[in-house]
Design a protein. Structure first.
Length: 297
């Protein structure tokens, strides 16, 4: 068994454990490469039976159009139920405030909508595509991550995981987040995508787009949700995304990589971290960990 087949086998084992151990699990879907990979693995895990998880998308309302179109195609292809938690509805209900400032990314208030969605649909487990190599807070995660009655993560309350033995016991008002591809790296993901010929949104590959060079060096897509300063230039560039999220926090990178093979060649030479262009991770040194404590992904 080669490296990728080992990772695939491990992830499939975890997916089957989740289906067997929880009453109402769901799969968090962002339209990104990692959650799309999870759906592909879930199809393998349960074939010829249907995938036993619905999809949950926490929709900020500030999406790339390509992601919404891809979401529709995925739901139709795999015949899945889709649950959408709208951040817009959370704001209208007074449960969260519209972000202020020039870059009004709603990623920071997604956790409120996520926790409301979990409560309303009584999910007891959520599968996610987070990986340990992405960011320092995620490197602390277990594969099975307990969240308390408030949906919060406490890094001091992490459970020991010996081999592939998982402790999924919890109280009625708690739930579990599970990360089947924790041990994968960005390169593993792209090698597997190439090997399995997995479809992704066109955002992940080089394409022409109107972009704004921000004063902090981040390259953002031209968007109706913000107005650049006079010093910030709009240019037509060949770009792609390394990660996908709210259009106002997803940094783009200049690239000529048109397929998975070329992306693999490109990331081999990159020194910047995968989430290094995400503006929501730059708010503070502990931005991701703070959000995880509040119930974020």
């Amino acid at each position: 068994m080669d490296h990728l087949r080992f990772l695939e086998s491990e992830a499939i084992f975890i997916l089957r454990e989740v289906a067997a151990s929880f009453k109402n699990p769901a799969l968090l879907f962002s339209g990104g490469k990692d959650s799309t990979l999870l759906i592909h693995l879930a199809e393998k895990a349960f074939y010829p039976a249907p995938i036993p998880f619905c999809l949950v998308h926490i929709d900020t309302g500030h999406n790339f159009p390509e992601v919404i179109q891809f979401r529709k195609e995925v739901v139709e292809k795999y015949d899945l139920k889709l649950v959408i938690g709208n951040v817009e509805n959370t704001i209208k209900a007074g449960l969260a405030g519209e972000p202020s400032g020039k870059i009004k990314s709603r990623n920071l208030i997604q956790s409120v909508t996520l926790l409301e969605t979990i409560k309303n649909h009584k999910f007891d487990a959520l599968l996610g595509g987070a990986r340990r190599d992405e960011e320092k807070a995620r490197a602390k995660e277990r594969i099975f991550s307990l969240r308390n009655s408030f949906g919060q993560w406490d890094p001091r309350n992490r459970r020991v995981e010996l081999g592939m033995l998982f402790n999924y016991r919890m109280k009625n008002d708690e739930h579990m987040r599970i990360f089947p591809i924790s041990n994968w790296t960005e390169r593993d993901v792209w090698e597997y995508i190439e090997r399995e010929n997995i479809d992704l949104p066109s955002l992940y590959f080089s394409h022409s787009r109107r972009c704004v060079r921000m004063s902090n060096g981040v390259l953002l897509a031209d968007s109706p949700y913000f107005t650049p300063d006079k010093t910030e230039k709009i240019e037509e560039l060949r770009v792609r995304c390394r990660t996908v999220g709210d259009v106002l926090c997803t940094g783009l990178m200049e690239s000529t990589a048109r397929n998975a093979k070329e992306v693999l060649s490109e990331i081999s030479a990159l020194k910047k971290a995968e989430r290094g262009t995400r503006t929501d991770d730059k708010i503070s040194y502990s931005a991701m960990e703070d959000r995880k404590r509040e119930g974020y992904f």
